[in-house]
Design a protein around this ligand. Sequence first.
Ligand SMILES: Cc1cc2nc3c(=O)[nH]c(=O)nc-3n(C[C@H](O)[C@H](O)[C@H](O)COP(=O)(O)OP(=O)(O)OC[C@H]3O[C@@H](n4cnc5c(N)ncnc54)[C@H](O)[C@@H]3O)c2cc1C
Length: 289
Amino acid sequence: MTKRADAALIGAGPAGLAAAAYLARAGWKTVIIDKNSPGGTARQLELIENYPGFPDGIPGKELMRRFVRQARRWGARFVRARARGVRRRGSDFAVGTTAGNWECRALLLCSGARFKDLGLANEKTLEGILHGAFDEAPRLRGRDVAVAGGGEAAVHQALLLSRYAREVTLICRGPALKAMRRLQSALLRRPNIRTLTRSVVAGLRGKKKLAAVLVRDLKTGKISRLKTSSLFVLIGKTPRTGLSLFRKKSPGFFSAGDIHSGRFRQTAIAAGDGIRAAMACEKYLRGNR
Ligand SMILES: Cc1cc2nc3c(=O)[nH]c(=O)nc-3n(C[C@H](O)[C@H](O)[C@H](O)COP(=O)(O)OP(=O)(O)OC[C@H]3O[C@@H](n4cnc5c(N)ncnc54)[C@H](O)[C@@H]3O)c2cc1C
C-alpha cells in the first residue's frame, strides 16, 4: 500500500535530520527514509571537535542521537529502507523503497556523497578495500594497513588507525598533504605512520582478500609492493545523485548537504543546508496547498 506524507526526505544524515526536524516542527507530515541507522557519515565520527556549541567536542554518535531525538519529538517518521527510485506523479512525487512506496508533495534528497574509487579492475571484488568504515580501526590491531589520500578524511583515518595498527602507510598523490595543519602536526607525532608523497596505488594483489598494494612512485616511476590486507580509499567524494530528478529543476524538489559537490563538507554546513532546504520546502508546501 502506498503511504502519504507532505514531505519525504531521503537520507538521515545531519542534512536530512535537521530538515526533518524543521519541517515536522512546522506541522508538515514528514517521513525520513534511510537505508542505515540514522546519523549518516557524522554518526561514524569518533569525536566531532568543530561543531559549534560543543567546546569539548562531541562523539558523532551522540550528536546524531540528539538530532534524531529532536526530529522525533516533532513527529517526523523514520523509515529504514533504501530509496530505489523517484518519479513525478502529477504535481506529487512517488518514492519507491525496499519497504514500500511513498507519495509526497515535496521531496528532499539528502543522500550525501560517496567516496571515490581508485578505478582499478579488482577494487570492487577484493575483500579489504574500505572507504568510510571508521569503526573498523579497533579490529586492525597489530596489522599493517594502508590509506590512499592526502586530504582531511585520509589523515583523520590514518591517525585513528595508528592507535591500533602496527604501521600505517599513507599514500598521497600530491607533493604534500592537504589536511589542516593541526592534523598534519598530529601525524608527525605518530611514529607508526609513514607518508609516501607523489605516490599512487597502481594495483591490488590478492585472490579473494587483499594481500598487497602496488605503489607507484610518480617521481621515479618505480613500483613497490606493500604487504597489507586493508586499504582505506579516501581520495575524495562524489555526490550520491543516483536517484533521478536531481539535475532537473523540478518544483517541490530540494536537496541539501554533502550531495552538493564542493569542497566544504562539514556536519554544521550539512545541518545548516538542511534547514535552508527545509525553509524553501516549507514555502513551497504553503504555496501549493
Ligand atoms: C573521515 C571524515 C571525517 C570527518 N570529520 C568531520 C569533522 O571533524 N567535523 C565535521 O563537521 N564534519 C566532518 N566530516 C563531514 C561530515 O561527516 C559530513 O559533512 C556530513 O555527515 C554530511 O551530512 P549529509 O547529511 O549531507 O550526508 P551523510 O551524513 O553522508 O548522510 C547521507 C545519508 O543518506 C543515506 N542514503 C544514501 N543513499 C540512500 C538511499 N538510496 N536510500 C536511503 N538512504 C540513503 C545514507 O545511508 C546516509 O545515512 C567528516 C567526514 C569524513 C568522511
